[in-house]
Design a protein around this ligand. Structure first.
Ligand code: COA
Length: 202
């Protein structure tokens, strides 16, 4: 679904980035239980608040993942727009897997692009990664277009790799190397700040 520029949220000034907190878990459960997300991301639904809390406390000391919450200021207060991060961080090989999902209310409004670019900038500068990769299920061609538009390159197909929504499906693997990332107009030299300015970057 392509939205007009009027529907995009360019009047907002910034996205604030912080670590995922316990206070985000109810929203996380609600988003994961919404069709826009679970159709596109292989998760065991329905997700319960208890399991989400267990998942969060089990990961509290996990050094191999960084989970972020992305927030905007709206008239009625702050709204979470995305929970995304880098997982399976391999410090020896300097690579990590990126995952992303948006608040279903904010999908396709241009904000995911800013979140994705921030995560890449953070991974390559703050963490010194050499490669960021990600997996998509075969039906999620929209996400693949989104990642390819942001310099990720298709590296291969994992055949019938995932049991998803009642059948085995292929998963596609995309990667972004440091050497390709640094050629992007949106790549930052210094680690990015925790406030992302919202400008029309298309
Ligand atoms: C994929 C995702 C993170 C992209 O974030 P976003 O905020 O929707 O992305 P943007 O608005 O910056 O860019 C949207 C573009 O991505 C495409 N897109 C990707 N997924 C889409 C979706 N579920 N609905 C509509 N458009 C989508 C659109 O083609 C759109 O293109 P346009 O700018 O020409 O209209 C987000 O759509 C999402 O959370 N989807 C559901 C979960 C998911 O698929 N996660 C990725 C799993 S690997």
């Amino acid at each position: 679904m392509r939205r007009s520029n009027e529907e995009r949220v360019f009047d907002l000034k910034r996205i604030i980035v912080r670590r995922l907190e316990e206070l985000d878990l109810e929203a996380r459960m609600n988003w994961l239980n919404s069709e826009e997300i679970y159709v596109n991301v292989p998760i065991d639904v329905p997700v319960s608040l208890n399991d989400t809390k267990k998942w969060f406390s089990q990961n509290a000391l996990n050094q191999s993942r960084k989970d972020f919450a992305f927030v905007i200021d709206e008239e009625q207060g702050q709204s979470l727009i995305s929970m995304s991060g880098l997982v399976g961080i391999d410090y020896r090989n300097r690579r990590a897997e990126l995952y992303m999902f948006m608040n279903p209310k904010f999908i396709a409004r241009g904000l995911g692009t800013l979140v994705l670019r921030w995560l890449c900038n953070y991974g390559f500068t703050e963490m010194g990664l050499n490669k960021i990769f990600l997996l998509t299920v075969e039906s999620n061609s929209r996400a693949r277009t989104f990642y390819e538009r942001n310099a990720f390159v298709l590296e291969g197909t994992l055949k019938k790799h995932q049991w998803h929504r009642g059948k085995f499906v292929d998963r596609f693997i995309h990667g972004l190397l440091f050497s390709d990332w640094k050629e992007q107009t949106w790549a930052t030299e210094a680690p990015p700040s925790f406030e992302i300015p919202i400008l029309d970057q298309k």
